[in-house]
Design a protein. Structure first.
Ligand SMILES: *Cc1c(COP(=O)(O)O)cnc(C)c1O
Length: 819
């Protein structure tokens, strides 16, 4: 398909006519946006079919990435970029009097995730397609994405994110590929021809309908698939008997109860609620995904015996871990395999990533709930557990406490991480330090038992979305300096290092940062009515609001800075704009108090004439992928200040590094590897180490009141939480109590002096302009290792054993296409 400018214009006009019966003049912006997406999708579809045909023909191994979240953000502009038709579209639309950027901004974010875990899954899809890997996603098509956050009177208010209300241009409903997923009921056994056979009866059937989204690789003709499942009731509306019985309302109620399975994304980041609907969601998409994959495979190959050589399934955190017993169920109950063969195939297919060591975030389900909802799956998990414990007993005879601590079912719960480790051939952490903590502490027994299963795959982010697309001017400057090879080989960004001290390059780099800051400044003024100075330091902390991420440490330091400026108005500091964004889980009172604390502080600081332009504090509402794409290119300073050992990796840190922001951070997660890449002079590190934090935890913490009593600066700001800044002692009570009475679990007061000193260092470095610019450029130059292309290659080689499959679209070779 030759998409030159004239052909594109023609296709656009015709599409507008056939879809809406309108001319360009009569069409609304939404009509135009939808039409453009439709034209682009048509263009992708040919490559999509071609990709699938070539995967089938070559019979190479494929990988399916199962994740309960995919935080995709917008797709129009990244699709145009990856398909290499963005400039042609921009020109063609321009000739039709339409502004491409305006249409791109109409797209709602696909916010089907909470934060890092969901965004990682989205970056991986981009990297798999861009690295020619046959890799697909499997997840849930939530009717409502993560809630929309409004700030009203300084408080977070949650509104539903009805992202599908105008339809979604990138999905294709594949009703003919629907499958049935079964809940509840009982299991009956019968011996048939000497074989114990299981019958699942009186279950509630739910129809799982797939919606496929094409995922285009970067200028390479590969188009992979993200399959998102939607729940529908079976025979909806055609059950006349119940209508006749006058059960109309019951029928409608039933239908909406069934469909609720795919209605909402749980908004709790790192906190499994123990809700039965969540367990339903987890089984729902895993069962549907596996049925589709296995059915398709069997139709093509006739047998499942070499399935594990041709298919890899990845479990992103424990939410999809029921893939293990579900695959056993299909192989044993539907395919008639015996246990040993089914187990061999299953455990050679599944691999698992652990994402957190926070104890409260480890998923477990009450046995009674699990059994009632998934009776057959429960029996299989029980069998896995018994066989696993028997092996443990052989290795550790008599060591009951060790075996109980590793069991999959124990103390009335099903432990999902234990199931995932026992049923997978690979278990990986997401940064070196995180993997070490898994091996040495959190999963040390498992590591001792299965030493070869454990491995590290440090996270990454797609440099195409987060630099090429989000910061086109910086991308342009880089290409001007070192050529475009970094787009394909991101470690080539290292060639920028020689420009770090080059004053001409430094000024060009600084000019782009300034322009990005002006753009963000304009946005802040429009949204909040606050004037911020683009010459001030833009100091940014944007991420989910959570105690372990320590937004409170940042806030207490701003309060301290404000106090010092009040005492000494001539204090010599570089003007600073502190920018926050992030959502709090709706039920997480502490996190909501942090938001109110930031907005309260902002009101005080921004309106204090004695402070003037020296200090500004802003909280931007509704943090999302598209907001991140605007904020991150404008940052001077990146706040990555989690309590050491608590942040498994972080990926926000990498996006800032790529865009030339200097990190102030702890030795936690990927910060440690970032420092190793760029050297300790280009990052500002402070605070307790992970070893120190873990040692405190083993000895019952530290005495936070000692810090409070011995440090007057700390005492002042903590007291201001209770009175002074707050409306009353209740307003920030959870924060206040956590610091003083719950012994400061995340070492905020303990790290405060080191953090304040590190912030002074930021101030003085920023004043040494050339030194600062050299640091900023070095950050971008050394960020290549943190591209998800590197991460995905490591998964492909080290875990999945999959090879690239080059897709060739002979009709669309550049030579012929380019005029
Ligand atoms: C990258 C990203 C995150 C993760 O940020 P961390 O700082 O690693 O927690 C969360 N939300 C969005 C929208 C992101 O783009």
């Amino acid at each position: 398909m030759n998409l030159d400018k004239e052909a594109f214009k023609q296709a656009f006009i015709e599409k507008l006519q056939t879809m809406y019966g309108k001319s360009i003049e009569g069409a609304s912006s939404l009509d135009r946006y939808t039409t453009l997406c439709s034209v682009v999708r048509d263009y992708m579809c040919k490559k999509w079919i071609l990709t699938n045909q070539q995967y089938e023909a070559r019979s190479e191994k494929q990988i399916y990435y199962f994740s309960i979240e995919f935080l995709l953000g917008r797709l129009l502009s990244s699709n145009l970029l990856n398909l290499n038709i963005r400039e042609r579209c921009r020109e063609a639309l321009g000739e039709l009097g339409i502004n491409l950027g305006e249409l791109e901004n109409m797209e709602p974010d696909a916010g089907l995730g909470n934060g890092g875990l969901g965004r990682l899954a989205a970056c991986f899809l981009d990297s798999m397609a861009s690295r020619h890997l046959p890799g697909h996603g499997c997840g849930i098509r939530y009717k409502y994405g993560l809630f929309e956050q409004k700030i009203i009177d300084g408080h977070q208010v949650e509104l539903p994110d009805n992202w599908l209300k105008d339809g979604y241009a990138w999905e294709i409903r594949k009703a003919d590929r629907s499958v049935e997923v079964r809940f509840g009921g009982q299991v009956r056994t019968e011996t048939i021809k000497g074989r114990l056979t299981y019958f699942h009866e009186n279950y509630e059937p739910v129809l799982a309908v797939p919606y496929d989204i094409p995922i285009a690789g970067y200028q390479n003709d590969t188009v992979n698939t993200l399959c998102l499942w939607s729940a529908e009731s079976i025979n909806a509306g055609s059950d006349y008997s119940s209508f006749n019985r006058g059960d109309y309302l019951k029928t409608v109620e039933y239908k909406s109860a069934v469909e609720s399975i795919s209605h909402i994304l749980y908004p709790d980041d790192r906190y499994p609620g123990g809700m039965v609907l969540r367990l339903k969601q987890e089984y729902f998409f895993v069962s549907a995904g596996l049925q589709r994959i296995i059915r398709h495979y069997k139709a093509r190959h006739g047998t499942l015996s070499d399935f594990a050589d041709k298919v890899a399934i990845h479990i992103n955190d424990t939410h999809p871990a029921l893939a293990i017993p579900e695959m056993l169920r299909i192989l044993i109950d539907e395919e008639g395999m015996d246990w040993d063969e089914a187990w061999e195939i299953t455990s050679n297919t599944m691999s698992y990533t652990n994402h957190t060591i926070l104890p409260e975030a480890l998923e477990k389900w009450p046995v009674d709930m699990f059994k009632a909802l998934l009776p057959r799956i429960y029996l299989l998990v029980n069998e896995i557990n018994e066989r696993f414990c028997r092996k443990l007993w052989e290795r550790y005879p008599g060591d009951w406490s060790k075996i109980a601590s590793m069991a999959i079912i124990s103390y009335g719960y099903v432990h999902m991480a234990h199931l995932a480790v026992a049923g997978s051939y690979s278990v990986n952490g997401v940064a070196k330090i995180h993997t070490e903590i898994l091996k040495k502490q959190v999963m040390r027994h498992f590591h001792e038992f299965y030493p070869r299963k454990f491995n590290n795959k440090t996270n990454g982010v797609t440099h195409r979305r987060w630099l090429l697309n989000a910061n086109p001017q910086l991308a342009g400057l880089i290409t001007e300096a070192i050529g475009p090879s970094w787009i394909y080989h991101p470690t080539d960004l290292g060639q920028l290092q020689k420009y770090a001290g080059d004053s001409l390059f430094q000024e060009q780099f600084a000019g782009i940062k300034k322009k990005n800051k002006e753009d963000l400044g304009r946005f802040i003024r429009e949204k909040l009515g606050v004037a911020v100075d683009p010459a001030s330091i833009f100091d940014v902390q944007v991420k989910r609001i959570h105690a372990y991420k320590r937004q409170v440490l940042n806030v207490l330091h701003i309060m301290d800075l404000y106090n010092r400026l009040k005492v000494n108005p001539n204090l010599d500091i570089v003007p600073r704009t502190f920018i926050f964004a992030g959502k709090a889980a709706p039920g997480y009172i502490y996190a909501k108090q942090i938001i109110k604390l930031i907005t309260t502080l902002a009101a005080v600081v921004n309106n204090d004439p004695g402070i003037g332009d020296k200090l500004k504090v802003v909280f931007l509402e509704n943090y999302s992928v598209s907001l991140a794409e605007m904020i991150i290119p404008a940052a001077d300073v990146s706040e990555q200040i989690s309590a050491a050992s608590r942040e498994a990796s972080g990926t926000g840190n990498m996006k800032f590094m790529l865009n030339g922001a200097v990190t102030i951070g702890t030795l936690d997660g990927a910060n440690i590897e970032m420092r190793a890449e760029m050297g300790e002079n280009n990052i500002i590190i402070f605070g307790l180490t992970a070893d120190q934090v873990l040692a405190y935890y083993q000895n019952g913490g530290y005495k936070s009141q000692d810090e409070y009593l011995s440090n007057p600066r700390i005492r002042t700001v903590v007291d201001q939480l209770a009175c002074g800044l707050s409306a009353g002692p209740e307003e920030f009570k959870d924060i206040y109590d956590s610091l003083l009475y719950y012994n400061d679990e995340y070492f905020v007061l303990k790290d405060f002096p080191a953090y304040a000193a590190a912030q002074s260092k930021v101030d003085s470095l920023f004043q040494r302009r050339r030194e600062w610019l050299s640091m900023a450029i070095s950050n971008t130059a050394q960020a290549g290792r943190f591209s998800s292309d590197r991460t995905i290659s490591e998964y492909a080689i080290g875990i999945w054993k999959i090879k690239p499959v080059i897709i060739v679209d002979w009709d669309d070779i550049d030579l012929w296409n380019k005029k």
